[in-house]
Design a protein around this ligand. Sequence first.
Ligand code: AMP
Length: 130
Amino acid sequence: MTERVGTEPSVFTRILRGEIPSEMVLQTDDVFVIRDIAPQAPVHLLVIPKTDAYADVTALAAGDPKLLASMVEAAKVAAQRAGASDFRLIFNTGAGAGQTVFHVHAHVLAAPQGLDEGTMTGGMPDGEEA
Ligand code: AMP
C-alpha cells in the first residue's frame, strides 16, 4: 500500500483549488472529474477524490471503501454525460505500472455511442501496452 509522500500539494489538489486550469466535467461533495490533458481515447476523464490522503487505489480501498464507491458512481455519471454507457475504468497503481500522480485517480476511457470502437486506443493510459 502506498501512502502519499511529501508535503507538496498534488497537481490534482492544485486543479481543485483553481491554481491550474482544467476542464471540470462533474463535481460532488467528495469527488471531481476532469478531462485528461493528454487523452488516450475519444473520452478520457479522470475521477479524483477531493482528499489527497490516498496515494493509490489499494490505500483508498483499505482506508475508505465508500469513497472508492463514490468514484465508481461518478465515473458512470460522467461517462454517460459524455455519451458513453460503457467505459473502461483504470487505476494505474505504482510507478512500475505507469502511475505518475500519487493522489489516487481513475482513468475513464470510452468512445461515445455511434463512434466506431476502432477509435479507442488499445493501450494503457500512459501509452504502455498492458
Ligand atoms: P497516471 O499516470 O495514472 O498517474 O495519470 C496521471 C494523468 O494525469 C495522466 O493521464 C496525465 O495526462 C494527467 N494530467 C497531468 N496533469 C494534468 C492536468 N494539468 N490536467 C489534466 N490532466 C492532467
